[in-house]
Design a protein around this ligand. Structure first.
Ligand code: CA
Length: 220
């Protein structure tokens, strides 16, 4: 899952990015409200972590503006402003949740997962498809009742394909989902991951749609 972090405090930004990467998220970080708004126009992120006091454009204004444009990305506000009116204003402007600084990274990660789950219409923290089970919080996977060893990228790729089973993702769409701005993207790495996943899950689990991309059939 790819997150956009808009936070101007370098220490908080750095520790949040590091912590969330360790939890398996792809994180893009900008330090300015306007840059955040521009990045959101690309529509490649699954969730927005938004500070309120920002240079360029205040977080609340960024939020109002993206909602006006019809962008429904889940938004979690990170703010030191613990005054009730600020929190209420954030929620009224279309935020889905908020966390008061200083916060615990584990709690942040749990809240992000809860929002992503809600967005995907899932009540529980486990993704099941046929014989495959993925637990995003712990990055554990099993297939046919046996533990399955997946690299972080393989896990992310499966998660992306299982967001909407039956829908084909092109190679560039898959790259957008699992790589951030700072990641180097090799020329055929997605194919390498797909090849490895098919070896682990059987060739039929991920279907190649010639000239278009790959998908996991809705009915396993
Ligand atoms: Ca700030």
């Amino acid at each position: 899952m790819r997150l956009l972090l808009v936070e101007d405090d370098p220490m908080i930004g750095d520790s949040v990015r590091k912590g969330l990467r360790q939890d398996g998220f792809t994180v893009d970080w900008v330090q300015d409200g306007r840059a955040g708004e521009l990045a959101l126009d690309e529509k490649v992120h699954d969730l927005l972590l938004l500070d309120l006091g920002l240079p360029g454009k205040e977080g609340l204004e960024v939020l109002k503006s993206i909602r006006r444009k019809g962008n429904r990305i889940p938004v979690l506000i990170l703010t030191a402003r613990d005054a009730v009116p600020d929190r209420v204003a954030g929620l009224n402007a279309g935020a889905d949740d908020y966390l008061i600084k200083p916060f615990d990274l584990e709690e942040l990660s749990a809240r992000i997962r809860a929002l992503l789950r809600r967005q995907a219409g899932r009540a529980e923290e486990v993704i099941r498809h046929g014989e495959l089970t993925l637990v995003p919080a712990t990055h554990e996977a099993s297939f046919g009742g046996q533990p399955l060893s997946l690299s972080a990228r393989e896990f992310a790729l499966l998660e992306a394909l299982l967001e909407r089973p039956g829908v084909v993702l092109s190679i560039p769409q898959m790259e957008e989902k699992i790589y951030g701005w700072d990641d180097e993207v090799g020329s055929n790495t997605i194919e390498v991951y797909i090849h490895s996943l098919r070896k682990k899950l059987g060739a039929g689990f991920i279907k190649n749609v010639r000239g278009v991309g790959y998908m996991i059939p809705a009915t396993p």
